[in-house]
Write a protein that binds this ligand. Structure first.
Ligand code: PFF
Length: 457
């Protein structure tokens, strides 16, 4: 049995897992890659992957976590004691969490800075060029981004120190509904601007000619990242899910919420971008360079600067999304280290936070002072981003499905999915088929293509 206390209710478990899933991936990344690869056509493929593969991976991680009540390294061992080598799959997840968290903190720090600077009016009145310059100067400077990383990380660490119930569950139950309300406010504003229809067309019209094979693989990669699977995070959260929760129902809820929020983020962004005659393919800079132009255009010549208010709302939304995801990443690491010594939770939170802070600082500086072309065309930041998106999540995901599909005891899986026979699982056959055959093939394809394109570049 688990030696850490889990979530107290189904709602708490869903709120926390949705908190992990909904992050920069939904609000910052999804809209721009959706735009890049053909809008509606990408969305359709994404929907197939997120429910057909991503959600199956989530169920897989939940089964491993809840069945063993342990964190990844020990969970693999506990579920199949004869195959001790699988603990390295868990360890790989920990490395991935550490790396992703460090990168995540850099961008989260940017969002925190944008809340602060929007609120004090530093961005108000700047035009597109000035905003681009602002972003470049800020993200390449040495001190400010690091300061905001520290502030953001402190918030994350405080929640983790509060514990699973009083920290993570409580904060998620408050912040997730707030996030939805803020997002809906922005959607209504964006959708009712004159000229918004073009944004809807861009997002929802299905044009398969724009969907390349690269786009299809990006959709699969994004579906894994967005659901926070492949790194063991959902194994840890799975170990906190109440024993009588229906794992399929919980996973469907999380996947539906995560997907809806990604689509709503597109609705909050694209109609407003088109209404202002701006380009939708701003890529990663869309949120930081293009959206502030949109907000500025909403400010009246005199009176209340509503555009600035919307800017603050948007960046607060982004901070909330990033916060609950970063919490799940740090929790995975802290739960792992303090598994045997739960009373040392605070100590491990401090140590691990310092560790990720150091790496996040180096990554942040690699955009500016340390900007040497270290490996090929990559600076350190890009290299970490590449490893993070191309290698680690698909490898982690592949190992997880192979483990459950081919190594683990089938009775354990059935027991966990049916809550020891108390709920019917007519879908079990499909689930096993997907994790044994479909998911491994799809994940191998993502991995191989990613590696080839990495080499070609
Ligand atoms: N799902 C998060 C997002 O979409 O931003 C990112 C993430 C969080 C990935 C936690 C992996 C993870 F373990």
């Amino acid at each position: 049995m688990s030696d850490h206390k889990g979530f107290t209710s189904s709602f708490g478990a869903i709120a926390a897992a949705v908190g992990s899933a909904v992050g920069l991936g939904n609000i910052w990344r999804f809209p721009y890659i959706c735009g890049q690869y053909g809008g509606g056509a990408f969305l359709l493929v994404y929907l197939c992957f997120v429910f057909g593969i991503g959600m199956m991976l989530m169920i897989t991680e939940f089964v491993i976590g809840r069945h063993t009540g342990k964190t990844p390294v020990k969970a693999y061992e506990a579920m199949s004691p004869k195959h001790r080598g699988w603990r390295y799959a868990g360890l790989l997840g920990m490395v991935a969490c550490f790396l992703i968290l460090s990168l995540y903190l850099v961008i989260s720090g940017w969002t925190a800075n944008y809340v602060f600077d929007s609120a004090r009016g530093a961005l108000t009145g700047l035009d597109g060029d000035a905003l681009e310059r602002y972003f470049n100067v800020f993200s390449r400077s040495a001190v400010r981004p690091v300061l905001f990383i520290a502030v953001f990380l402190l918030l994350v660490a405080l929640v983790i120190m509060g514990g699973v119930q009083k920290g993570i569950e409580r904060v998620s139950k408050i912040l997730m509904p707030v996030l939805v309300v803020l997002l809906l406010i922005l959607c209504v504003r964006s959708a009712t601007l004159p000229g918004a229809a073009k944004g809807f067309e861009y997002l929802f019209s299905v044009d398969f000619s724009k969907l390349t094979s690269e786009g299809v693989l990006a959709a699969l990669g994004q579906s894994l990242f967005s659901l926070s699977v492949g790194m063991g995070t959902m194994i840890v959260y799975g170990s906190y899910i109440p024993k009588d929760d229906n794992l399929l129902r919980t996973s469907v809820w999380i996947t539906v919420c995560d997907t809806l929020i990604a689509v709503l983020a597109g609705v909050a962004i694209f109609p407003a971008v088109f209404a202002n005659g701006l380009s939708p393919d701003g890529g990663p800079g869309l949120v930081f360079k293009v959206l502030p132009v949109v907000f500025n255009s909403m400010n009246p010549a005199e009176g209340v600067p509503v555009g600035t208010v919307f800017a603050v709302v948007f960046f607060v939304l982004l901070v909330i999304a990033a916060l609950t995801s970063a919490i799940s990443l740090l929790e995975t690491l802290v739960a792992w280290r303090s598994e045997e010594k739960p009373h040392h939770r605070v100590r491990y939170t401090v140590i691990l936070s310092l560790g990720v802070f150091v790496l996040a600082t180096v990554l942040s500086l690699s955009n500016g002072v340390l900007d040497g072309k270290i490996v090929g065309k990559f600076n350190l930041f890009d290299l970490a981003d590449h490893i993070n998106s191309v290698y680690l999540p698909p490898i982690g995901a592949l190992l997880t499905v192979v483990f459950l599909g081919w190594v683990a005891n089938k009775n354990d899986i059935k027991d966990e999915l049916s809550n020891h026979g108390s709920i019917a699982i007519p879908w079990y056959g499909i689930f096993i088929f997907i994790i044994r055959y479909v998911a491994p093939v799809a994940l191998l394809m993502v991995l191989v293509t990613g590696i080839i394109s990495g080499i070609e570049n």
